[in-house]
Design a binder for this molecule. Structure first.
Ligand code: PEP
Length: 255
């Protein structure tokens, strides 16, 4: 049986200027001095402008990542930040496919295929996000939706590259709403994703792929979600902004 290292990631979205970032990292370091967190992976995704402050102050075991990445290498793309720049800044990971990028910035699988390719080429770990809307779940099409979000990206990478990819299942109806998928709903979708990955890439190659749950994960519900056999961690928005609630969630993942 595969033993996957739990992966807990905080997506700060457009929150936390430099001082708040440094205060958070300090608080997290203090917590890490008192807790053996060597059994889990921790990542935080600040805004681009807070990344240098995060990297300068983060505990050495904490991965700092970017919330998005350009689908181009370099050149005349005003406002964009390339994978090479993100890696050069000291980041180790990037989020791709977040539903807010899909909804507010019109990004699609076509963009995500390129972004994943650029990020992997730059040596960044990718957390690729998928998830259905409430209407899609009500219509019972959630697995179809997730499969269509996964397929183009899976077709564009090989088994070796997959080692540097995690998948976050984030039902859109649970993001920032206070609504959480039930542990059974999360487990059902994660088992489906794992089977789909095994078909697409090969069972052995995805045995260690982490599948994170995202959508109003908080201290009160983290344990029952993380206890599910196919939930290997969390992508946490609101509850990752305060060091206390983030570390409470981390506590549930410690072995
Ligand atoms: C997210 O945006 O990735 C997320 C899971 O947000 P929240 O935890 O606030 O629902």
């Amino acid at each position: 049986m595969a033993s996957r290292t739990p992966f807990l990631a905080g997506n700060w979205k457009m929150n936390q200027e430099q001082q708040l970032t440094m205060d958070f990292m300090h608080g997290l370091s203090v917590w890490l001095q008192d807790h053996d967190a060597s059994s889990i992976d921790i990542a935080l995704f600040p805004s681009f402008l807070s990344i240098p402050a995060a990297i300068a102050t983060a505990h050495e075991s904490v991965i700092v990542g970017a919330q998005t990445v350009a689908s181009y290498d370099n050149g005349a793309y005003t406002g964009e930040v390339s994978a090479a720049m993100i890696a050069d800044a000291g980041c180790g990971a990037v989020l791709v496919g977040h539903s807010e990028r899909r909804e507010y910035f019109g990004e699609s699988e076509q963009d995500f295929v390129l972004k994943v390719e650029k990020a992997l080429h730059a040596g960044l770990h990718v957390i690729y996000c998928v998830g259905e809307t409430l209407d899609q779940r009500k219509a019972g099409s959630q697995q179809d939706v997730v499969r269509k979000q996964l397929d183009p990206v899976l077709k564009s990478i090989d088994a070796e590259q997959m080692k540097n990819v995690s998948i976050a299942y984030e039902p859109v109806w649970a993001i920032g709403t206070g609504e959480t998928a039930t542990p059974d709903q999360a487990q059902e979708m994660h088992a489906f994703i794992r089977e789909w990955l095994a078909n697409a890439i090969g069972e052995d190659s995805v045995a260690n792929t982490r599948l994170l749950y995202g959508g109003s994960m908080k201290p009160a519900n983290a344990k029952e979600l993380l206890d599910q056999p196919d939930v290997d961690g969390g992508l946490i928005g609101g509850a990752s902004l305060q060091v206390e609630s983030f570390t409470d969630i981390l506590s549930h993942a410690l072995s």
